[in-house]
Design a binder for this molecule. Structure first.
Ligand code: PLP
Length: 393
């Protein structure tokens, strides 16, 4: 199964890292291979996922929404996982792994703060020192999550280099890791970065697809026709898709942040509009200008606002295993409202992109199609932002 020994998904992925990063990456790969297979690790992680994080999450038949679009829609309720999104699946896995590697200190990057909060939560639980790198602009924009992380015992380092946002926070975290890897593990928050990260994060997030498979077989006695999920770095989507990879009859659809429209320069539709290139140690699609510099991105949802995407998605796109579309901010807002009104579920703005795409494209589907949408997170974090945009406050 992919990736191969070099961490390649076809031509994508790999380990385009400076010499000094190769040693910690190899140590991580070897430890992951050894530790993740042990009974002790599996038992502990299962316990944490089930008893602490509230798994398995429901696969909920959204009857009202199904009537509205005209076919059967199930929601995989990652919004009900502890801390309100799928990110906890990965952070519990990685922090537990680090602990069993006898590391004492955890570092992570965060943009909006969702991955930072999930990491700080896992560190509080597993008694690890926690340092979160965050762009200066994001620290200002996301005060509530900054305070949350502090409450959980994490230290926040504000990054003032470059564009002072997520990609610069990743650069700083990598620098820290190179210096301190003997004691420190770097928890990356999505299926990006150099090998083995895209593989490790995918494997931890695959719990989403594995549960979905069991649940849909129980409810429908057959596999779904479509799996749909939003794509930022690509972890909730690959987590849903991967366990169905060999089930060719199950179609995969990824939805990116179309921002103000993919023909403007304010979007984060990496697979739809990007080119092949290298970012953060991995060969994939990226948004770059004519000089190869990384472009500034925009999305109404912070979680989709990233100029790169996981290499496994680039591979799925190239081999046509999955299709990728972009949805603009306005359509995402429509999805946000309609799901709230019809089901009483306020989705995260990220997840609202998948919902919005489904609404806009409902004519593509047949009446007896079964569609599973990954509801990657809950929308409470976005309510203030939406109210401001819509002039309610
Ligand atoms: C971070 C986040 C995303 C985007 O990240 P992926 O790695 O693409 O899953 C999507 N939804 C929510 C709720 C998030 O917090």
């Amino acid at each position: 199964m992919l990736p191969n020994k070099k961490g390649k998904f076809g031509i994508f992925g790999g380990k385009f890292a400076p010499e000094t990063l190769i040693e910690p990456l190899e140590e991580l790969e070897n430890s992951y291979k050894k530790i993740s297979k042990t009974k002790e690790f599996r038992k502990k992680l299962n316990y944490l996922l089930n008893e602490y994080a509230g798994r398995p999450t429901p696969l909920y038949y959204a009857e009202n929404f199904s009537k509205y679009v005209g076919f059967k829609v199930y929601l995989k309720r990652e919004d009900l996982a502890f801390t309100g999104a799928h990110k906890i699946n990965n952070t519990l896995g990685q922090v537990l792994l680090a602990k069993m590697m006898e590391k004492k200190r955890i570092i992570a990057e965060t943009g909006a703060g969702q991955h930072g909060v999930a990491t700080a939560t896992s560190c509080a639980l597993l008694n690890m020192e926690c340092v979160i790198y965050m762009g200066e602009i994001d620290v200002e924009r996301q005060k509530l999550n900054v305070y949350r992380m502090k409450l959980l015992g994490a230290k926040i380092i504000s990054v003032s280099s470059g564009s002072k946002t997520l990609k610069d926070a990743i650069n700083e975290a990598m620098r820290d890791w190179i210096t301190n890897f003997k004691t420190t593990h770097y928890v990356i928050g999505s299926v990006v970065g150099p090998h083995p990260y895209p593989m490790i994060v995918r494997n931890f997030q695959s719990i989403i697809g594995k549960e979905t498979k069991k649940q849909i077989m129980k409810k429908e006695k057959k596999l779904p026709d479509y799996l749909i999920a939003c794509v930022g770095g690509g972890s909730n989507s690959i987590g849903l898709f991967y366990p169905f990879y060999k089930n060719k009859e199950v179609k995969f659809i990824g939805v990116e942040g179309g921002g103000l429209g993919i023909n403007t320069d304010k979007h984060s539709a990496t697979l739809s509009k990007g080119e092949k290139g290298i970012l953060h140690g991995s060969f994939s699609y990226i948004l770059q200008d004519n000089y190869g510099q990384i472009k500034e991105t925009h999305s109404i949802s912070a979680g989709l606002d990233y100029p790169g995407v996981g290499p496994e998605h680039a591979f799925y796109k190239e081999t046509k295993r999955a299709e990728y579309f972009a949805v603009d901010d306005k359509t995402a807002l429509k999805g946000f409202h309609i799901l709230s009104e019809l089901e009483g579920i306020i989705p995260a703005l990220e997840s609202s992109h998948a919902i919005g795409w489904l609404i806009e494209n409902k004519e593509r589907f047949k009446k007896d199609d079964i569609v599973v949408v990954c509801l990657s997170g809950r929308g409470d974090k976005d309510v203030m932002e939406v109210a401001k945009i819509e002039g309610e406050i």
